[in-house]
Design a protein around this ligand. Sequence first.
Ligand SMILES: Nc1ncnc2c1ncn2[C@@H]1O[C@H](COP(=O)(O)OP(=O)(O)OP(=O)(O)O)[C@@H](O)[C@H]1O
Ligand SMILES: [Mg+2]
Length: 499
Amino acid sequence: MQSVGTVICTDRGPTTSEFTFVVTSSEVVPVRRGQLVQLETEDGLLLAVVQEVMKTNRFYYHAEAVKELERSGRMLSSIFPCDRWDMLIATAKPLGVLREEGFDKINFPPSPGEKVYLAERNVLSRFFGFDEENGLEIGFMRYHNVPVKLNMTRLLQKHLAILAMSGSGKSYLATVLLEEVLSRSRDKGRIFSLVVDVHGEYTALSQDSSWELARAVSVIKGSYVQFATPLFTERQLAMFQPEMSPVQMRELSRLLSEVRKARGETYSLSDVVSLLEEDEKMNPRTKEALLGWLYELEDTQLFGVEENPYLPEEAKPGRAAILDLSDVLSLRKKQMIVAYVLQRLFELRRRGTIPPSLVILEEAHQFCPEAKQELALSKSIIETIAREGRKFHFSLCLISQRPVRLATSVLSQANTHIILRVTNPNDLKAIELSSEMITRETLSMIADLPVGEALIVGSAVNAPLFLKVREKKASPSTYEETMEDAAKRFEASETFRQT
Ligand SMILES: Nc1ncnc2c1ncn2[C@@H]1O[C@H](COP(=O)(O)OP(=O)(O)OP(=O)(O)O)[C@@H](O)[C@H]1O
Ligand SMILES: [Mg+2]
C-alpha cells in the first residue's frame, strides 16, 4: 500500500484533536476534504478525517516579486521550477483508534514523520459498523468506493427518517432501499414493505419489465380500498372522530354489539346507521350527533362488509405493496385510508399473522403533522407505531420535505436519520435539534450536498457518514422525465390529438 503523505509539525500540532500532513503522493489529487485516512501511532491504528486541504508554493509568497516579474512580460514559472514546489498540506481530525473490540477514543497524538495512508475498506467498515455479509447496500462512500452496507435491524428497527428538500433524491433513495429489502433471500430474513405513495410515483415499479423484482410488487389503488366495518370497535371508529364524548362512545358501543347480535360478522356501516335511525332508547341529542357523524363516515364510501384488498394476503415476506393515493383527492380520505391500513397491518403483525414489516411513508408530514390545528386522522396510529413498533418488528420510514411540520412525537422515535440536501434555515434547525450527533460543521455540509448524496446519522452507523446513494436498478419513473420529454409525450398523446 502506498502512502499519501507524511505528518509534519506545525504551531498547532500534531495533537490528539488535529494533525497536519504534507501530501507526498504523485497522484494528481490524492486527498480531498471529507476523505478518511489512517496511520500508525504508539496507541494503535488511528483513523482520521481530512478537514481541509491547502495548496502552497514558496515561489508565490512575495506578491511584489511576482507582480514585477510578470509586468515585464515573463512568467515566474519560466525562470524557476515553481511546479516542483507546489505543495498540498492537509489538516485532519482524528476519529478513533482501532482496537480488538472496536474503536476507542484518542488519547495520544500521531508522531511527526509518520506515513499517512488512505483508509482501507475493512477499517472503514469496522469503524462505521457496516454489515458486510447481510447488509442493505444503499450507496457507497465517495472517494473511497467502499459500499455502504447497513445492517437491517440497526437501520430499520428503531425507525428511519429520510429528510430533505424537494428534488434532492428522497424517493430515489426509498426506491433503492426497497430494492435492497426485496432482493433479500429467505435465509437472510425477508420482510414485507408497504409504500404509502401520495403521488403515484412508485406504481410503475410493478410493471417495469426490465426490473427483475417487478413481480414482487403489487399496487393497491386508493380508490378501491374498502374497510371491513365488522373489524371496527367503537374506539377504532372514534379514530375518525376525535371529539366524541364518552356518552356517544358508550351508545356507539351498544349499537355495535346489537348489530353484531343481529347480523354476526357481516354488516356494513349502513346497517349500523339503520339500526340507529330506528333506535328509540337513546337521548335525542346524542342520537342526532351520532347520526350526523355516521352519515359523514358513510359518505366517504370507504366502509363495506369486507376488506378490499384482503390485507393478510398482501403482506407476504419478500413482497411490497404500493398504496397509490394519487386518485384520492381529499386529504381527509387519504388520512383515513392510511389510518385503516396501518392500524390493520400493525394489528396483524402483533398477532404474528404477517411477517416483520416496513412502512415507507411519503409526505409523512401530511399524515402526522406537528400543528394541532391540522387535520390528522392518521396521527394517533402513527404515533402508536412509532412508540411500540420496535417490539413487534414493525418499522416506519418517514419521508418528508418539511421536517418542521412533522410531529416531534413521531420524528423523535426515528433513531436513524438520512439527510439529503436541505437549505431552508428552519428545516436545518429542526434537523439539528432532532439529532444530537449533528454538529455545526456537518450541518453546513448538508446545505452543500449535491442531489443523490446524503448524511446518515444514528443507530444504523457508529459515526455520522456521508454517502452517495447507489444507482437504482428499476427504470426511471415518469416523475423523473425531463420537461422536454414530457412535452413531446403530451403532443404525441391521444388526449391531445382528440382536442
Ligand atoms: N442517487 C441518485 N442518482 C441519480 N439521480 C438521482 C439520485 N437521486 C435523485 N436523483 C434524481 O433527482 C430527481 C429528484 O429525485 P427525487 O424524486 O427522489 O426527489 P425527492 O426528494 O423525492 O423530491 P420530492 O420531495 O419533490 O418528492 C429525480 O429526477 C432523480 O432521478
Ligand atoms: Mg419524492
